[in-house]
Design a protein around this ligand. Structure first.
Ligand code: DGL
Length: 286
């Protein structure tokens, strides 16, 4: 692992930002929830090769300290840089709020970095100016106040009301959705006073697209429910096009690594990615 403070004087893996269009896109999350973002990226950019890393040994991130998430993120960035990724997508709100600035500094010229928060903030400030918006996410994301700060900076007159919903990510990782238990937990959270009279709800956790249908049912489709998978994929497409980094050839093989392998994680990939993928336990993780 490189020392951040000394990184300027140390030789980098590459002499400049990885500007090789044939290089893969690195994507990471605390677990397999980030596959919802990977799926949207693959759909929009089918020619791109993907290297995914799910830190299943340490999930959930939402209850961890900022320092712990930063340490995990740096270790994962090292793995993705060794795979020569041209861009690293932080497909996790908790890690985006805790580690984006640090990773930008750490990765420097080796790769581009995209987080899941900025594209969503841009989307809502463009489309919901002057409205009352609710947000649900992990404790880490909500306590960081990062969405409120960025929305305020954009000066769009949006009133943001955020609620931490810590049971949802573990519930979804365990495959509990579209059943009585999930309906009840979702209902209890969404009935919270904080989310009264909202025009839209931001799903500020990459696990939550899996319960979007249930949330829409709760609101009887009267509230816009926004998940970041597609907006992030579109932001990535724009970024790659602008930097002339789009892959022109057919994709070869995608890789999906985890820090801890179980059969149930592998089975759940079908729900998050739309098809079951083979998970490889990453050899460098100990
Ligand atoms: N999917 C992650 C997020 O977007 C985190 C879930 C967790 O590990 O707590 O916040």
């Amino acid at each position: 692992m490189r020392n951040i403070t000394n990184s300027r004087s140390q030789p980098l893996f590459l002499t400049d930002m990885n500007n090789n269009p044939t290089a893969p896109i690195g994507i990471f999350d605390s677990g397999i929830g980030g596959l919802t973002v990977a799926q949207a990226i693959k759909k929009l950019l089918p020619k791109e090769n993907i290297v995914y890393f799910g830190d299943t040994a340490h999930l959930p991130y939402g209850d961890k300290s900022e320092a712990a998430i930063q340490a995990y993120s740096i270790k994962i960035a090292d793995i993705l840089l060794k795979k020569s990724c041209k861009v690293i997508v932080i497909a996790c709100n908790s890690a985006s709020s805790a580690s984006y600035e640090l990773l930008k500094e750490y990765v420097r010229k080796d790769a581009h970095i995209i987080n899941v928060i900025d594209p969503m903030v841009e989307y809502i400030t463009e489309n919901f100016s002057g409205k009352r918006i609710g947000l649900i996410g992990t404790k880490r994301t909500v306590q960081s106040g990062i969405y409120s700060r960025k929305i305020q900076e954009a000066n769009s007159g949006i009133l943001l009301q955020s609620l931490a919903t810590p049971l949802l990510a573990p519930m979804i990782e365990e495959g509990f959705f579209n059943n009585q238990i999930s309906h009840e937990i979702i209902r209890q959270y969404l009935e919270d006073e904080t989310l009264k009279d909202i025009d839209a709800l931001v799903l500020a956790c990459t696990h939550y697209p899996l319960i979007k249908k249930e949330i829409n049912q709760f609101y009887q489709n009267q509230v816009a429910v926004l998940d970041s998978a597609e907006v992030v994929a579109q932001a990535l497409q724009r970024h790659l096009a602008y930097n002339r980094l789009l892959h022109a050839e057919e994709a070869l093989l995608d890789h999906f690594f985890v820090s801890d392998y179980t059969e149930s994680f592998e089975a759940s990939t079908r729900l998050f990615f739309g098809e079951q993928v083979t998970l490889e336990k990453h050899p460098l993780w100990n």
